[in-house]
Design a protein around this ligand. Structure first.
Ligand SMILES: [Zn+2]
Length: 186
């Protein structure tokens, strides 16, 4: 089932999401719906708060990013449950990020290129892994969602001022998207 994506301004996007347990209701179905929604929206990542569920969980498939620009690496397709960011290292690099919850806006965001993260998979087995490049960036972006942080919170006040108008349009639903969204002011 494709779920509506919660738009900028929805309070759940600013909340700190809670850890989930094995007894999370219909977890298997919810995970399947997360994948379906992410692929339907052409996203490379989707966090549970973006579909209105305040849970520490996100899905990532960074393979299209590597295929697009022909760079080395193959990307990663994975679900991350109750992740813990252990290390972020290397010299920060910037990249123009976007977000399914903030359609039509892309801004350069600085992030460190290498991460070490622990997480549980859908069988609740724990893993600790390192990632870099685009995959690390997508994971960092999605991980931020679990703490109520959006990529536009990481840009300069001046840049944020410049997109203020667009952000208020998004909240009202005055935005063209080809997927279903839930807007706070409509
Ligand atoms: Zn996002």
């Amino acid at each position: 089932m494709i779920m509506p994506v919660y738009a900028y301004g929805e309070p759940i996007l600013k909340e700190i999401a809670g850890e989930i347990s094995r007894s999370f209701p219909n977890l298997e179905k919810f995970i399947a719906d997360m994948w379906e929604t992410m692929y339907h929206t052409n996203g490379v990542g989707l966090a549970a708060p973006q579909v209105g569920v305040s849970a520490r969980m996100f899905v990532v498939d960074s393979t299209p990013m590597y295929n697009e620009d022909g760079s080395e690496g193959v990307g990663t397709k994975k679900i991350f449950i109750n992740p813990e960011m252990l290390v972020e290292s290397g010299v920060p690099w910037h990249y123009e990020e976007g977000c399914l919850s903030i359609p039509g806006i892309r801004e350069n965001v600085q992030r460190r290129p290498e991460i070490k993260i622990s997480y549980y998979d859908d069988n609740f087995e724990k893993h600790t892994e390192t990632f870099d490049g685009y995959t690390a960036r997508v994971i960092q972006h999605e991980f931020d969602h679990l703490n109520g942080v959006l990529f536009i919170d990481k840009i300069s006040p001046l840049k944020k001022q410049l997109i203020k108008g667009k952000l208020s349009e998004i909240q009202k639903g005055f935005v063209k998207v080809d997927y279903k969204m839930k807007f706070p002011k409509r």
